[in-house]
Structure formats: C-alpha cells, structure tokens
Write a protein that binds this ligand. Structure first.
Ligand code: FAD
Length: 378
C-alpha cells in the first residue's frame, strides 16, 4: 500500500486517520469544514445500552465501542492530552408516567444481561431507582419523575475535544491534512486518488467518512449510500450545582448531561426533513427547553451559553454503513452513525485501520453496504 486518504474529519474520519497513522501508514485527511459537522454538535453520551432492544450483534458492537473508549482515553493521557473530557458519570433513563415506569424493570433486566455478557468495565450493575432514591441522589431532578434505570457504566465526552485530540495524535504520528472538498477517483475498479482544489492526491486506498454528505461522494462513484441529514439543535447552559448530574435520558429521546463548570447540555431535536439547512429555529429551541424542563425544572434559571446545530448522518434502519465497498478495490466506508456516532465511530476507526493494514476483521453484517438503497431525503 502506498497511501490512504481519509475524506471527512468528523469523529469517523479522525478516528480512522489516527488509527492508520499509529500503524505507521501514510495518511492524508481531507476535510471541507462546511457548517453542520455532527461531531461538533454532538451531546456526548457514550452508552452501550439503548432504551429499546437492539440486535445481539449491535449490542456486542456497542459494548466493544465503549470498552474501546477506555483504551483510547488511556492513550490520550499517555500522550499528555489529559483534558479529554471523558468521564464516567453513570446514566439514568427516567420514567415520566406509569407506562414508562412499567418499562423500567424490563430495561434493567436487559441491561443486566448485557453487562453480564459483555462486561461492566468495573463500573457496576444496572439497577432500578425509585422516586425517593432519585430525589435523594439527584436533587435537581424533577419530582414528577416516577422511577429510573440507573446504569453506572454510562460515560460522556465532548465530541469536539475528542475529534481534535484524534487529529492531534494522527498528525503527531505523521498524518497530513488538506483543507477543501475531496472527490474520490476510481479507475478500473481500484481507488487511484482523491481530487481536491489544491491538487490530486495519489493513493490506493480511501476512507469515505463524509458524515451526512457521504451520499454525494458515493454517487460520484456510482453507488447509493442511503444516508440523510437529520438536524439536531442542542442547547448549552450553565446551571449552578449541575456538575454532579449524571446523563439523564427520557424514554422519548430527550436528555441532558453535565460537564465540569456546571455546563449542562440539553438535547436535542431530531429533524427528519431538515435537509442540509443548519439554521437554528425558534420552534426547535422551544422544544429542547420544554423537554429539558421536564427533567430538571430549574433549567428556567440557567444561563444561556450557546446553541449548537449539527447534521447527523442518519440511516433508515438505524445502523451505520461500515466496511469495504463492494466492487471498488481500496474503498472503505465509515458513516451513517446517526444519533450514536460519538459512541460508535472511534471503534469503527480502529476496525477500518486494521482491515486496511491487512488484519483479519469482521465488520458487523448488519452494517453492510448495499442495503436500503431508497433515495436520501432532501
Ligand atoms: C445534536 C446532536 C447530538 C448528538 N448526541 C450524541 C450523543 O450523545 N452520543 C453519540 O454517540 N452521538 C451523538 N450524536 C451523533 C454524532 O455526533 C454523529 O453520529 C457523529 O458525530 C458523526 O460523525 P461523522 O464523522 O460521521 O460526521 P461529521 O461529524 O458530520 O463529519 C463529517 C465531515 O466530513 C466532511 N466532509 C463531507 N464531505 C466531504 C468531502 N467531499 N470532502 C471533504 N470533507 C467532507 C464534513 O465537512 C465534516 O467535517 C449527536 C449528534 C447531534 C447532531
């Protein structure tokens, strides 16, 4: 192999670039920095257990992704990057009504089985908490919460920092970067180069990691990648005393989490028909605040810090697209991570790098390319 070009430097591309460079492979990363990069807006929940059941293969992959984080963070620290933002805070899934409360035991049982099967990373077992225990442990939470699943292994990160550190370590290991749009050039069924405004970068392998913009790269090469942009608006506020909050998820997809300095991240909209429009909307912000207040009513008093908007690279079936593109030698794809890319993509980067290095890698079969070829939403 001569060179690998990674197209896209969100968390998917940055992870692949870092893992490739650390193997001593010549890597160039091309990114056009258009507004809407999902990684820069991501809330930061790193959790292996979902509210709804997933396939056994997906569960195994999610746990492996969370374990991978521990290794990655150790490597950051060994390189002096100690401000990595990763923290194991534990996570709640809170029930707001009787129907949700009835699901708590089911989720605890499922999470317990998964933890027994895949390991807790030493954090402890999931348990159910009643409203009295919740009020005692987390006084900022709404008294309307009836009960919750407590998962001690849930962690959180700041996606911007993780991405920057991955790029820092990639460049330290020899990777180079090019700003601007890249276009993958294939000839005779083999990747030959990536074309940018600055010139043609010869290579024999490319990683397509363009987030929500990935379908246009694939289309240029004659195959469909059914990924679409799903806008997420997410609010950052400062709320005194909030640093101690764990990750708090509702059953209906709303959530909040806290970082040191009483910074609370309240999320998020999931806008299916946004297209590539990255504007914030009054309705989106109103929805985020209303949902957040049901979890922590004192959000009303919080100081507004910023609103972030990102385009999640979503897939119809909720699974990513990860692996070698059929029919094109030297082309690997890592995208479609939807609402879970900060959790799932770093591990994917390590798998892609191993596969490119010629190691024996089994990508999850449900992440295969070629499935669901309906056109992307506009
Ligand atoms: C509001 C919100 C909250 C989220 N919360 C969480 C969470 O709590 N936990 C979690 O695990 N995940 C979360 N996610 C999801 C996660 O952020 C995404 O799945 C992940 O960041 C996707 O990373 P990516 O690298 O695939 O795409 P992106 O981060 O979008 O990066 C793609 C990059 O490719 C570049 N690019 C595209 N095409 C080209 C081209 N042709 N040439 C050059 N460059 C190109 C773009 O400019 C961009 O920089 C959230 C997302 C949002 C928006």
């Amino acid at each position: 192999m001569t060179r690998v070009v990674v197209v896209g430097a969100g968390i998917a591309g940055a992870s692949a670039a870092y893992e490739l460079a650390r193997k001593g492979i010549d890597v160039v990363v091309v990114d056009d920095g258009v507004p809407g990069r999902a990684t820069s807006a991501g809330a930061g929940i790193v959790s292996p257990v979902a509210v709804s059941p997933l396939s056994a293969e997906r569960d195994a992959y999610s746990f492996a992704s969370c374990v991978h984080y521990l290794d990655l963070i150790q490597r950051f620290e060994a390189e002096g990057l100690t401000d990595h933002s990763y923290g194991v805070t534990g996570g709640l899934i809170v029930a707001m009504d009787e129907a949700e409360l009835a699901q708590v035991d089911e989720v605890v049982a499922r999470a317990t089985t998964l933890v027994a099967e895949h390991g807790t990373r030493g954090a402890g077992q999931p348990v159910a908490l009643d409203r009295v225990e919740l009020a005692k442990r987390f006084p900022l939470l709404s008294l309307d919460i009836l009960g919750a699943v407590w998962s001690p292994e849930v962690a959180r990160v700041d996606g911007r920092i993780i991405r920057e550190h991955l790029m820092t370590l990639a460049t330290r290991a020899g990777a180079t970067t090019v700003d601007g749009r890249g276009s993958i050039v294939v000839d005779g069924g083999q990747v030959r180069a990536v074309q940018t405004k600055a010139g043609r970068i010869e290579c024999d392998t490319a990683v397509l990691a363009g987030g929500a913009w990935s379908p246009e790269l694939a289309e240029e090469l004659g195959f469909a990648l059914p990924v679409y942009p799903q806008r997420g608006q997410i609010l950052h506020v400062r709320l005194p005393g909030a640093s101690e909050l764990p990750v708090v998820n509702g059953f209906r997809g709303h959530y909040l989490l806290a970082f040191p300095g009483d910074r609370v991240v309240v999320g998020a909209t999931r806008e299916e028909h946004s297209g590539f429009d990255t504007r914030a909307t009054a309705g989106g912000v109103a929805q985020v605040i209303a949902n957040g207040r049901t979890l922590v009513p004192s959000l009303d008093q919080a100081e507004w810090l910023e609103l972030r908007v990102g385009l999640r690279p979503a897939s119809r079936d909720g699974d990513p697209f990860l692996g070698q593109a059929p029919g094109i030698d030297g082309l690997f794809v890592s995208t479609g991570y939807g609402p879970q890319g900060l959790t799932l993509a770093p591990y994917a980067g390590s798998l892609v790098a191993s596969a490119i290095a010629g190691e024996d890698v089994a990508f999850p079969s449900s992440f295969a390319l070629g499935r669901g070829t309906e056109p992307a939403l506009q």
